[in-house]
Ligand binder design. Structure first.
Ligand code: NAG
Length: 239
């Protein structure tokens, strides 16, 4: 379970990583399981290159030049993997793992697992999933990250090279809104706080006006009563 399956153009499906369903132990990611759909045969292959950390809940895409790029996942239940991105070259025999040099224009994704990965032109889109390092409400977010697979740079914007035929002239553009829990929460809190302060100030101001008017009217009423009482009326005997 929690492995990836990628169909190469030659009809071979490459199964990568994941864990066993009976004991939940990660399978050896350097030991690839292959299924040749043209001859209906299973086989296995030990990949060469770097020895990768095992992982489950990762994702995989196939590039036009038949490299498989995997991303994310975790070791065991919630152990962080050091190299979230890895590349399997299927043009060599045996296949070869490598770890690319990754950079980010703004921010790289956190540790994500059980997400989706989609290749569009030269960009790998990482969406949804969960962050096993965060707690409760922060665990699942609509993660949205874009990787330029030409130089393994996490970018913040994507514009298609060939605009799809659209009825209007608007070119679709995807932009990443950075999900930075600390900063967004802080700004939300600040906005919320200033709104609350505004309401409190307004309420205090209104109270002051009401008390002043009531006090003034009350004073006038009291004075009039006093005056009325002071005027002797007919029939009253002053002593
Ligand atoms: C990555 O490659 C793209 C396309 O060649 C280029 O526009 C971009 O500047 C490169 N980014 C970095 C960080 O080198």
């Amino acid at each position: 379970m929690d492995y990836t399956a990628t169909l190469l153009s030659n009809g071979i499906i490459v199964f990568i990583g994941g864990r066993e369903t009976n004991d939940f132990l990660d399978v050896d990611i350097n030991q690839l399981v292959l299924y040749d759909t043209t001859i209906d045969k299973w086989s296995s292959m030990t990949a060469r290159g770097v020895i990768l950390e095992n992982r489950n809940g990762h994702s995989a895409i196939l590039t036009p030049d038949e490299r498989i790029i995997i991303f994310g996942g975790c070791k065991g239940y919630n152990e962080t993997i050091l190299n979230q991105l890895a590349v399997l070259n299927t043009k060599t025999y045996p296949y070869e793992w490598s770890i690319p040099q990754v950079s980010a224009l703004n921010s790289a994704p956190p540790s994500i697992q059980l997400h989706s990965a989609t290749l569009i032109e030269n960009y790998m889109f990482i969406n949804f999933g969960r962050n096993y390092q965060m707690q409760n409400s922060d665990l699942q977010k609509p993660f949205f990250y874009i990787l330029d697979i030409r130089n393994f740079t996490w970018v913040i914007q994507f514009e298609p090279e060939q605009s799809p035929v659209t009825t209007n002239s608007v070119t679709p553009i995807a932009t990443v809104s950075i999900i930075n829990t600390s900063s967004t929460n802080t700004s939300n809190l600040t906005a919320e706080k200033s709104g609350q302060i505004g309401i409190i100030l307004g309420a205090v101001g209104l109270s002051v006006v009401i008390i002043t008017v009531a006090g003034f009217l009350g004073y006038k009423f009291y004075k009039k009563q006093k005056y009325n009482r002071a005027i002797p009326t007919a029939g009253q005997i002053q002593t």
